[in-house]
Design a protein around this ligand. Structure first.
Ligand SMILES: [Zn+2]
Ligand SMILES: [Zn+2]
Length: 135
């Protein structure tokens, strides 16, 4: 890849957040530094960065998001706020159980976990109390 200041600044933005942003969000951040950049340019650079393994694409409910952390890790998606959290599952003891039958070799795996994040859990809790106290 030839050096491009646009791509450099897009890479910095994606790596500078752990929120797994969409192209639109990255576009709005990039525009603060480069007001003339177009959404098409942002998409093209995101594709190049992902194709070269500098960032990762995440497919989240039909939307593409981008991840600046390229080392192996897993994702927890909150079904209430939609936020994606990073976590690592230790490989020991798990990989063996991922084979469909003896004789298969696992080279990669990904876990996709959905649930409720602590923020939403506590908000849920407080709404619950509010309903109770109104009775
Ligand atoms: Zn949440
Ligand atoms: Zn991630």
């Amino acid at each position: 890849m030839r050096y491009s200041p646009q791509r450099e600044s897009i890479l910095k933005i994606v790596r500078g957040t752990d929120t797994h942003p969409t192209a639109e969000w990255i576009f709005s951040q990039t525009r603060q530094e480069m007001p003339t950049i177009s959404l098409g340019t942002v998409y093209r650079n995101l594709n190049q960065l992902a194709d070269h393994g500098l960032i990762k694409r995440i497919f989240d409910q039909g939307h593409v998001r981008y991840d600046g952390t390229t080392t192996r890790h897993d994702h927890f998606r909150c079904e209430i706020c939609g936020q994606i959290y990073d976590f690592n599952v230790p490989l020991e003891g798990i990989v063996d159980q991922l084979s469909p039958a003896p004789g298969f070799q696992v080279t990669e795996y990904s876990l996709d976990i959905t649930g409720t994040c602590p923020d939403c859990l506590s908000r849920k809790g407080s709404t619950h109390h509010a309903t109770e106290s109104r009775r």
